[in-house]
Design a protein around this ligand. Structure first.
Ligand code: HEC
Length: 124
């Protein structure tokens, strides 16, 4: 391999890595502002059916979120486009689908609450 080719290849790899890094999934940081927004959204759009620790018109939110602890990206996808998950036990979740930003906000907050159940903002 010629030296120029090696350098070109090196630059190409760096650029490709940088581009890939931009695409990597990430959730917003749970700031006090995010908490306020997520709590309000939850009260308006989720609380009608979900309770944190027990079954209601839907499975307990704690268990729902725990399923996604290692794959938050899947939870974001689900909230943007809910599909039947347990058709033998539960009806499909009929909600106004979340936007990507809303889904990321709710996923970040609910995973935070899962890790910090003593948070005063934890849903009932
Ligand atoms: C109209 C009632 C209703 C509302 C409102 C509702 N859900 Fe649900 N949710 C359900 C039902 C029913 C299921 C079980 C669906 C299934 O198993 O297919 C569910 C399941 C879930 C799950 C678990 C899905 C899985 O993979 O097992 C998550 C996470 C969830 N809801 C989050 C939310 C969030 C966040 C909100 C508010 C933005 C919300 N839900 C609002 C009824 C509701």
């Amino acid at each position: 391999m010629g030296k120029t080719f090696k350098i070109t290849l090196f630059i190409f790899v760096i650029l490709a890595t940088a581009l890939f890094a931009v695409e990597v999934f990430s959730l917003p940081k749970v700031t006090p502002e995010l908490k306020v927004g997520a709590q309000e959204y939850y009260n308006n759009e989720c609380k009608a059916c979900h309770r944190w620790g027990r079954k209601f018109a839907a499975p307990p939110m704690k268990e729902n979120v725990a399923q996604y602890a290692e794959k938050p990206e899947e939870m974001v996808k689900y909230l943007i486009h809910p599909t039947p998950k347990h058709p033998d036990i539960w009806p499909a979740m009929e909600i106004t689908p979340l936007t990507e930003d809303q889904a990321k906000m709710m996923t970040a907050w609910l995973l935070y609450i899962l890790d910090n159940p003593e948070d005063p903002g934890r849903p009932k």
